[in-house]
Design a protein around this ligand. Structure first.
Ligand code: ATP
Ligand code: MG
Length: 259
């Protein structure tokens, strides 16, 4: 595996501090790590800190990328003689809820996907859910207001805040039926090249079952316990832009060596 990390804005020879620990750990474990300036990439200049080794798959480990940004990165890597592990379709299949929801439906809160211009009064009249967990296709509202809405007005309020803080609604809107989860019970798993990994070595059967449904080489699977003791899928995410959460960094990096 060869891994591209975002470089630090002020010291382009270093990884951005958010990813510095992982970058150093990956390098120390013998993985080829390259740097890319996100600021330059935003202007269409893709300059990698070193050349790619032919035939060794490339992944990005950094900020979430928009669909355009992933496509541009994919093309730039190919132009420089590398090959991304994840195609553009793989990225969207995991990064957007619209890519994984249908196949994972029975494991995850019921969800309707609509446009930001949908008639939320009409929709809530039809759905009549007691509460809605409101996201775009990628993320919830992470300010203290949170993403839970009781009615159409509150749904619009959450969406306005997402737009305000993140600049846009990405992909579309997802309204998820609110479920009761046990606090602190969420765990993140990664599937890499068909193998599932966990932070503590424990992998519930249902996680393997879900992993087998998702057709992509590298993704995260977030599971949480509900108030009747079932494991529920919170979301699938693209592995390249997923935080390591509760994982010790060394254990996360070793996954790339094992695969
Ligand atoms: N349908 C739901 N009902 C109740 N709580 C939910 C629901 N969906 C998500 N949550 C809670 O909100 C948290 C954040 O949701 P989610 O992971 O979907 O959003 P996110 O923006 O990707 O957040 P993060 O970056 O923390 O992963 C979850 O960890 C879970 O505790
Ligand atoms: Mg999440």
């Amino acid at each position: 595996m060869q891994i591209i990390y975002p470089s630090d804005y002020f010291s382009p020879g270093k990884a951005d501090e958010t990813f510095e620990l992982e970058f150093n750990c990956a390098k120390n474990n013998g993985l080829t790590c390259l740097l890319l300036s996100s600021e330059h990439a935003a202007m269409g200049k893709y300059q990698f800190s070193q050349s790619f080794e032919p035939g060794v798959p490339v992944i990005w480990r950094g900020w979430m990328l928009s669909t355009d940004e992933y496509q541009q990165l994919h093309r730039a890597v190919a132009r420089c003689g590398g090959q991304m592990l994840e195609s553009f379709d793989d990225y969207i299949r995991c990064h957007y809820i619209s890519g994984w929801y249908d196949i994972c439906q029975k494991y995850t809160p019921e969800t309707v996907l609509v446009s930001a211009e949908a008639d939320f009064d009409k929709l809530t009249d039809q759905l009549k859910w007691p509460r809605y967990f409101v996201k775009d296709y990628v993320k919830s509202l992470t300010t203290s207001r949170g993403s839970v809405a009781a009615n159409a007005d509150e749904i619009r309020e959450v969406l306005q805040s997402i737009e305000h803080f993140r600049g846009k609604i990405e992909g579309g809107v997802s309204l998820r039926r609110f479920e009761h989860f046990v606090a602190e019970s969420e765990r993140r798993y990664f599937s890499l090249n068909g193998q599932v990994y966990s932070a503590d070595g424990v992998i519930p059967d249902v996680v393997i079952e879900i992993a087998q449904l998702v057709d992509a080489p590298f993704f995260s699977i977030d599971m949480v316990e509900n108030d009747v003791g079932q494991l529920r899928l919170v979301e699938i995410g693209d592995g390249q832009v997923s935080d390591i959460k509760e994982w010790p960094v060394e254990r996360f990096v070793r996954m790339f060596i094992a695969s």
